[in-house]
Each structure stands twice: as structure tokens, then as C-alpha cells.
Ligand binder design. Structure first.
Ligand code: GAL
Length: 819
């Protein structure tokens, strides 16, 4: 049968490959013991250097091959080796592969010594001078080096199933409101679904059969679909599935097809289980349609990079990013810019109902003929390795932001359609119009500069308005934003995301958009802020949310969100004018209290971003009825003064329209007030100078109930908060890692955006730290990673600041399970 043995442990590494490293007799004693995922070089968070991971390195591992393996197909798979790998078995070359972002498999059966120890060696070239994509010119992301995804061995029968590609036809679809109790929205069904699979057999023998059966992924039992004789090595098999639940964003129902290879004696000799989904995904002239209904794509781009270790994070951490995107940021789609990402990440997108646009590796540059041939190989590998994922809805078949190349791109389009007739192609451009060979015009619209409209009209961008159109990037370099930028900068960053989303949502002929980018990332010297970081994320590198993250987070309804754009400290702003304070919430209303006195209820429908499901809105009243209640004013006088003071609060004394100064003059005459009276009222009701507390509480109300509260008040105490993705870690196929977000907050849980102090990290027990043990927060936020060491037990992380605040987290580590 098809059993997978992970080979992630017990590797040795040298940063210097020599001609002898592959020699079985090579002296390994100076090599470093490492585990996979591995990076050839750990990097600092800031001011790292892209030269430091460029090297030709060597990996070695022993493998005992039992006698029972003889006569079988022994397949060795590397899921990701960046960027050019040559694999040797006992000194003899077994395979070479020239793409850091797709998997490759070496059949090592004929090279193994059975009943003996064998040596696997990998020569890994991670230099950016390689003549393969994405290399050749500048690149706005680090390309890192290392065997950074799983390595595994499969012991298969001599004849084995090499590939199964499942295509579904959901038949007639009907919709039901979901009653599965998981809080999901819509579910789609069919009673006459069918599926076709393209099966490829290696070394087939006459008289062999295949048997296929299928089940919902939540069921135990497989249901027989069909049996058929194998008469050639690649063939199509059709089957009627009947009643099925469709894969959709709110209800991502998954199915599994079991394909067994039966030999002439009737014995099942090999088996492959393929996970897939029934669904219809289609980009049309008027937008994106999933299962027969129009769905606006609201997504973010993602780089697979992490602090310190670059690409080298285990599957558990890859999967977390999908959870963050779907559950925390509330998006319904992700673009895997600019290369195929870990299978585990895409598996999680399948499970969560997160739509994926995935593209072959490259960044602006198109190379020579040999480079282009490699790009076509990469495209073939990408499609063949990922085409069963129901979450993938579009293939990117142009090098991101490259110029037109009619000949090259007609080859990529044809190849993609040949390998996967079920999906459309796109290819991301930064130029309008041009030669259009794909099915969907995919364009990076960076037109919004804070003053202009959120996006351009489709007709200004595409050469053919009868074809589908999708925006694949916006914002990014137009407004880099650090978590420690001042409040106004961070707010403008958020509003730019809101403006683009709002504009896109207002145009029925745009399928949707992907913002640049999920999180900040390390980059080459040619980009970013000089410290080799692109601060384009709606989250920082540790996946802490910046203000812009809340624009996305409030579009979902599964968990209540309430974020206030200001700390309410007027001194943060030029001229001590707080400016516009925005509320980001997915609730219906927000009630504001000042020093526990009710001021006003704000309705979410007052948002200027009316096309959004939930749009941010402005606090335009800090006084409510309090003047009328507390002061000896007539209603009209209280009303006029309230209006003026609220305007001064938002616009400052010198930013007021002329008409307001006239009203002030009238007030003085009509009610015999003096300028100082207004100043006193301002200080008392808005400025809070000298008052005891100056405390603002915001209650988010949904369906009449308070679902979330935020209080902004002067801080008295710095607290450290640690939020770990998981505290129960499992040593399974490899080491496990917990991602820990570290934040400095006040006693009410508000992040202290200018607490940039150093923190000391200490781990004990069955864990070790990844990265440095002294870090600085940036914008009151930061993070770390702890990793398992191979042993079972408990572990503890302690974080302490020089000013006395500290926090700790406890972990358990179990060995032997599935991660
Ligand atoms: C785009 C590019 C992205 C990133 C972004 C920054 O042009 O496709 O990879 O560099 O700009 O805004």
C-alpha cells in the first residue's frame, strides 16, 4: 500500500558543498545536525542581507533500506528545496530540480543497497544568479535557501498509481440555508453530481484493474464508484456520485476518491486517496460566480515568509496563516504571490473555504529560452501538483508584472488549459490593455493615492470589457506603514484599504480584489524602507494586526470586532487636534460614554463606505446632550455650542470653515459669551486638561446586546500579553512550532503603540526559541516562535521587560502524533 515515511529528521548540513560531500565515505563529523524545514541561514529581522543565504550547501542523511523493499518502487519526494537541487543516492545522481517552489520526486529503487545503510546527499544551490525563475533581475521579496518543506519516502508496489486528477460536474445545484449548526451561511447541494478522474499508472501490466470508491471526508465508509480494466498507462474514468454537498466558502465540503490498483490475481497492490470538492467556479464578464451565485472576491496577497527563518516553517504554522486570513481578517480569498505555496497551506484553504489564486514563480523579469523552458516546467509542476484543490480557482500563467511576450504566454496559456481544462487562467499585469491571452484580465491597480478614486474603471484598464476582470494588488508601496507610525499615518493606511474595497464593491463588473499584502516581509536592498523590510502589510511580520487589518476583519460576522482608531490622546496630533476618529466594527451600533456618562449612540449605517458590508464610521459627537444637561444654556445655545466644539475637536481651531467663525461671533453677541467661556467648555468637555480621568468607553451593540467593549483612558500600567497560536505542540512528522504574538498593553488591553522597549525571552523544558532571546517591540507589538526539541514534556516561555512587566505561557509537547 501507499505508506509515507517522513524523512525530516536526522539530516546533516554544511554551508559549503565540495565535490566530496556526495561521496558515501565523506567525513560528516563537522556537519551540523539539523531538521527539516531548514533554512541555510537565519537572518535578523531588520537590516538582513540577501547575500547571506546565497550559497551552495550540502545535506546528508542515512537511510536503511530493508530487504522487503526490494522489487518495489521507492519514491523520495522533496516538497520544497530552494532553489536548485541535485539529489545523490550513495554518490550517484538520482534527480535534479530547478525550482524552489514546487515538489519533485526521485525514484531511488535502482540506486538503493537493500539490507544496508544508504546515503542521501543533496547539493543545494540558493544563489540568485541561477538562470531560472524568479531570478534574472530585481525581486521584491527574499528568496531564501534551504530544504524548507517536507521530505518523505513512499514504498509503493512496482506498478503504482502515479497521479489521479479529479474533475467534477456538480449537475443541477440547489441551495439551502445551512442547518449544520456550525454557524455557516449558505450550503449548496446536488442530487446528480458526477466525477471524472484522469488516472496515470506507472509500470502497468496487462490484466490490471482499478477500483474507485468515494466518500465525504467526514464519513468512514467509501462507496464504490466503478471498476475498470487498465489498458493503457493514462486513462479517464467516469463515475456518478449522486447526491453531494458542494464545496463553498461558507460550507467547504470535501470528498475523497480512493483509487486502488488491482493486479491480475485480484490483489489490491496500490492505493491513492485524493481529496477534492464538487464546485463550479467561474469568472464571467460581470464578476466571479461560485456554484451559480455571484461572489465578490475580497482577498489579500500572501508571502510564505517568516521572521528569522524565512520560508522554513512547519505545516502547522503554514496552516495558521490560512486561519488568520479567513477567521481573523475575514477575507474570502488569497493570492499566493508570487509562487505556489505549501500544500499544507492550500489544504487548509480547502478546509476553510478560502479561495486561492495561485501563480507560477516569477517577478517582472522574463529570461532567455532556457529560463522560459524552466518556467514551463514550473507551470506543469504547479498545475499537476495542485489541481485537485477545490480552493484554487485561477492559475496565474504570466510572470507577475512582466511585459507582453505573445509567444511565451500563448505557450503558458495552452499548457495550463491542456493540463487543467476546468480552470481559467489569469496573469498579473501592471500595464493596462496590452496583448490579452488569458481568460481573466488580472491587474495590479495602484491608482489610489489617498485623493483619487479607490480604483480605476474596468473599461480604462482592460482591452476587452467582455472578458472578466480582477484586481490583483492595490496599496502596498503607495503607502508603507509601520506599526509604530503615528496614529494619523496608521489611520490613513486603513482608510486607503477601505476606499479601495469600497470602490471595488461599487463596481459590478469587477470580480474583486486582492490587497497588497497580508503582512510585512523582508525584501531586497532595492525595495522597502532601507532595513530590508517592506512595511506593506495589514499585519506586521509576526502577524500582529495594524489598524488596516480591521477594515478586513469587520467584513466577517462570526466574531465581534470593535477597534477605535485613536488612543484619544490629543497630544499625538499636530496642533493637539485629534482629527477624525474612526470606529471599526461589525456590530449594528456603538454607544459612547465619557467618564461613564452616555454621550451618543452611533449607527454603523452612517459609514461613508456605504458599499461595504460593514464600513468604518466617524465619531462626530463628543458631547451629546451633556451641555444641555449640565450647563445653564437654552436648547438652541447648547445645540450651537455642541456643534462648534465638536467641529473644533475634529478640525482644530484653525481648520474650521468660515461659516463656523460667523456662528461663534453670533454666539458671543446673542448669549453674551466670551472667547474664554468657549475655551473652558472645550477643555472641560473635549480636551480633558486637568480632569480626573478622561475616560471613553465604546460599547458595540449587536441585536440589542453589548458584544464588545473598548475603553480608552490614560494608562497606568504596562502589561505584556502573549497570544500563542497553540500551546499543545506535537512532535510528529517534524518539529512543531508555536507562533507567539507579544504585545504591550495598558491595563484595559489597548496596545501601547510606542512601547518599543527591549524584552528578554527565556524558554525552559521541552522547547527552544527560534530567533534571538532579546527582542524589541515595534509599535507595542512583536513576537517570537518556540519549537519542539524532539522530546516530550512541558515547556514554558517567559517574557520580561526591563521596566518590570512580565508574562509567561506554558506548553505541552507530545510525540508521535499527526501534527
Ligand atoms: C507590486 C508587486 C509586488 C510588490 C508590490 C508592492 O508591483 O507585484 O510583488 O512589490 O508591488 O506594492
Amino acid at each position: 500500500m501507499n505508506s509515507r515515511i517522513y524523512l525530516n529528521n536526522s539530516w546533516k548540513f554544511t554551508p559549503e558543498w565540495t565535490g566530496e560531500t556526495a561521496d558515501p565515505a565523506f567525513d560528516e563529523s563537522t556537519m551540523e545536525n539539523i531538521r527539516i524545514p531548514h533554512t541555510v541561514k537565519e537572518l535578523p529581522l531588520h537590516y538582513c542581507n540577501e547575500q547571506s543565504y546565497q550559497m551552495v550547501s550540502g545535506y546528508r542523511r542515512h537511510l536503511f533500506a530493508p530487504e522487503e523493499w526490494k522489487g518495489k518502487a521507492i519514491l523520495l519526494t522533496f516538497e520544497g528545496a530552494a532553489h536548485d537541487a541535485t539529489v545523490f543516492l550513495n554518490g550517484r545522481e538520482a534527480a535534479s530540480h530547478h525550482c524552489g517552489y514546487t515538489a519533485f520526486t526521485a525514484d531511488i529503487s535502482s540506486l538503493l543497497n537493500y539490507g544496508e545503510d544508504n546515503i542521501i546527499t543533496v547539493r543545494l544551490d540558493s544563489r540568485e544568479t541561477l538562470n531560472v525563475p524568479p531570478f534574472g533581475f530585481v525581486i521584491d521579496y527574499m528568496t531564501y535557501g534551504g530544504i524548507y518543506r517536507n521530505v518523505y519516502l513512499e514504498i509503493r508496489s512496482f506498478s503504482y498509481i502515479e497521479d489521479v486528477f479529479v474533475n467534477t460536474d456538480p449537475g443541477s445545484i440547489y441551495e439551502k440555508n445551512n442547518s449544520n449548526g456550525e454557524g455557516m451561511g449558505k450550503s449548496f447541494f446536488s442530487d446528480d453530481a458526477s466525477l471524472t478522474s484522469l488516472v496515470t499508472i506507472n509500470n502497468f501490466r496487462p490484466g490490471m484493474m482499478i477500483r474507485q470508491s468515494f466518500r465525504s471526508k467526514t464519513q468512514e465508509q467509501f462507496r464504490l464508484l466503478r471498476e475498470m480494466e487498465v489498458i493503457e498507462d493514462s486513462f479517464e474514468s467516469e463515475g456518478f456520485a449522486g447526491s453531494v454537498r458542494l464545496w463553498d466558502v461558507d460550507d467547504p465540503a470535501l470528498y475523497q476518491l480512493k483509487t486502488e490498483l488491482i493486479d491480475s490475481t485480484g490483489t489490491s497492490v496500490d492505493e491513492v486517496i485524493t481529496t477534492f470538492g464538487f464546485r463550479i467556479a467561474e469568472f464571467r464578464k460581470d464578476g466571479f460566480w461560485l456554484n451559480g451565485r455571484k461572489l465578490r472576491i475580497r482577498g489579500l496577497n500572501r508571502h510564505q515568509a517568516y521572521p528569522y527563518v524565512g520560508y522554513a516553517m512547519p505545516d502547522t504554522v503554514q496552516r495558521e496563516d490560512a486561519d488568520i486570513l479567513k477567521r481573523e481578517l475575514g477575507v474570502n480569498a488569497v493570492r499566493t504571490s508570487h509562487y505556489p505555496q505549501a500544500q499544507s497551506f492550500i489544504d487548509r484553504c480547502d478546509e476553510l473555504g478560502l479561495l486561492v489564486f495561485t501563480e507560477f514563480p516569477g517577478w517582472q523579469h522574463i529570461g532567455d529560452e532556457s529560463w522560459k523552458n524552466q518556467a514551463l516546467t514550473n507551470l506543469t509542476e504547479m498545475i499537476c501538483q495542485y489541481r485537485n484543490h477545490p480552493s484554487i480557482i485561477l492559475w496565474g500563467v504570466r510572470i507577475n508584472e512582466s511585459i507582453d511576450d505573445e509567444e511565451f504566454y500563448s505557450r503558458t496559456n495552452q499548457l495550463a488549459h491542456h493540463l487543467d481544462p476546468s480552470r481559467q487562467t489569469g496573469g498579473v499585469r501592471c500595464y493596462k490593455k496590452g496583448f490579452f491571452q488569458e481568460d481573466v484580465f488580472t491587474y495590479n491597480d495602484f491608482s489610489h493615492n489617498g485623493l483619487t478614486a479607490g480604483c480605476e474603471n474596468k473599461s480604462k484598464v482592460t482591452p476587452d470589457i467582455d472578458k472578466p476582470y480582477l484586481i490583483t494588488e492595490y496599496n502596498g508601496h503607495m503607502f508603507p506603514t509601520k506599526a509604530y507610525d503615528d496614529e494619523e499615518h496608521r489611520l490613513e493606511h486603513a482608510l486607503r484599504h477601505a476606499r479601495v474595497l469600497n470602490s471595488v464593491a461599487g463596481k459590478n463588473d469587477i470580480s474583486g480584489s486582492f490587497g497588497w499584502v497580508m503582512n510585512d516581509y523582508n525584501t531586497h536592498k532595492d525595495f522597502g524602507s532601507g532595513d530590508r523590510v517592506c512595511y506593506h502589510g495589514v499585519m506586521d511580520m509576526f502577524r500582529n494586526p495594524k489598524m488596516a487589518a480591521y477594515v478586513y476583519a469587520i467584513q466577517q460576522d462570526d466574531r465581534p470586532v470593535l477597534e477605535i482608531s485613536s488612543s484619544m490622546d490629543i497630544g499625538e496630533h499636530p496642533g493637539s487636534c485629534r482629527g477624525d476618529v474612526y470606529v471599526f466594527t461589525n456590530s449594528d451600533k456603538v454607544r459612547m460614554y465619557r467618564n461613564d456618562k452616555f454621550i451618543r449612540e452611533f449607527d454603523s449605517s452612517s459609514t461613508p463606505f456605504a458599499n461595504l458590508h460593514h464600513g468604518p464610521f466617524i465619531i462626530d459627537d463628543y458631547i451629546g446632550d451633556t451641555l444641555r444637561e449640565n450647563e445653564d444654556f437654552t436648547d438652541s445655545q447648547a445645540h450651537q455650542i455642541t456643534r462648534i466644539l465638536n467641529l473644533v475637536a475634529r478640525k482644530g481651531l484653525y481648520g474650521l470653515p468660515k461659516k463656523v467663525y460667523l456662528s461663534v461671533g453670533k454666539l458671543f453677541i446673542q448669549y453674551h459669551m466670551k472667547p474664554q467661556d468657549l475655551v473652558d467648555l472645550y477643555n472641560r468637555y473635549i480636551g480633558d486638561w486637568g480632569s480626573a480621568s478622561g475616560n471613553y468607553r465604546f460599547d458595540a451593540i449587536k441585536d440589542g446586546k453589548v458584544v464588545k467593549s473598548v475603553t480608552k483612558a490614560p494608562m497606568n500600567q504596562v502589561k505584556l500579553s502573549l497570544e500563542s497560536s497553540r500551546t499543545a505542540l506535537i512532535e510528529g512528522n517534524s518539529y512543531d512550532v508555536a507562533s507567539i504574538r507579544i504585545r504591550a498593553t495598558d491595563e484595559r488591553g489597548n496596545v501601547l503603540p510606542y512601547f518599543n522597549d527591549p524584552l528578554v525571552l527565556h524558554v525552559e523544558g521541552a522547547l527552544e526559541l527560534m530567533g534571538p532571546d532579546i527582542i524589541s517591540l515595534a509599535g507595542g507589538m512583536g513576537g517570537t516562535y518556540v519549537k519542539t526539541t524532539g522530546s516530550e514534556g512541558t515547556g514554558k516561555l517567559t517574557v520580561s521587560s526591563t521596566s518590570g512587566a512580565s508574562a509567561e505561557l506554558e506548553f505541552t509537547v507530545r510525540t508521535g502524533g499527526d501534527q
